[in-house]
Design a protein around this ligand. Structure first.
Ligand code: PXP
Length: 245
């Protein structure tokens, strides 16, 4: 297994910009700096309510970064945007207007038919698609039924666990989910809520190829700059993998 890759989510650079509805700080500049610091890819979530990333950001990111992972809900509008911009990866997430951030993985099992229909243009355009799901065997099996080849496991419950025992339980669930994904021939990414204090145990799981991390990196960048914040996270991911060898 190779070293884990880091995808840097720049949504919250745009959150700060939108606080004044101006042009700074610029998520494109953040993305280019993150890339310069060694980020493998850039992640941006174009939300239906456009609360942070705007359409223009996606146009520019698609043109300027090496590898864009477009996070989006499986709506007709977003699928059209994705086909238009052809990101390296589309990660499909559930979306609720009232939520502060993505709260859970997709219910693939319940939405199998609508997902199949909505995602078809992406399959036709041969754009790789990942589904963001909880570490739940039923959801992973449903993703396989849909013909999906990449899963992003939701680490949200692990990240939010308040006690050691709960965190251990959640880590175990992630581990089991990774084993099932590999049995089914799926590639595995992971993310949500990961930070400099909690990322190492998850990063030790050798089959996870890529970590998508946003909020903690942007928060750290306020104090040390985005390049240092990105380098620190990459060092942690790599050190975790080396420790487990
Ligand atoms: N992965 C997915 C699917 C997400 O929705 C998010 C949040 O936008 C992240 C990763 C990154 O989460 P965080 O900002 O908590 O690092």
């Amino acid at each position: 297994m190779g070293l884990p890759r880091l995808g840097v989510n720049v949504d919250h650079i745009a959150t700060v910009r939108q606080a004044r509805q101006g042009i700074r700080p610029d998520p494109i500049e953040a993305a280019l700096q993150a890339q310069r610091a060694g980020a493998h890819g850039i992640v941006a979530h174009l939300r239906e309510d456009r609360r942070h990333i705007q359409d223009r950001d996606i146009t520019l990111l698609a043109a300027k970064v090496r590898r864009l992972d477009l996070e989006m809900a499986a709506t007709v509008e977003m699928v059209q945007r994705a086909v238009q911009h052809r990101p390296a990866l589309v990660t499909v997430v559930p979306e609720r207007r009232q939520e502060l951030t993505t709260e859970s993985g997709l219910n693939v099992q319940k939405q199998l038919r609508i997902l199949r229909r909505r995602l078809q243009p992406l399959f036709n355009a041969r754009i790789p698609v990942a589904l963001f799901v909880d570490p739940d065997p039923e959801q992973i099996r449903a993703a396989v039924d849909l013909g999906i080849e990449i899963i992003e496991l939701n680490t949200g419950r692990y990240s939010e666990a308040k006690t050691q025992s709960k965190r251990k339980r959640e880590l175990h669930r992630i581990h089991q989910a990774v084993v099932l994904c590999k049995e089914k021939g799926l590639r595995v990414n992971a993310g949500h809520g990961l930070d400099y204090d909690n990322v190492v145990p998850v990063a030790r799981i050798p089959e996870i190829e890529e970590f998508n991390i946003g909020f903690s990196i942007v928060s750290r960048a306020v104090f040390v700059g985005i390049q240092t914040a990105v380098r620190e996270m990459i060092d942690l991911l790599h050190s975790a993998r080396k420790l487990s060898l």
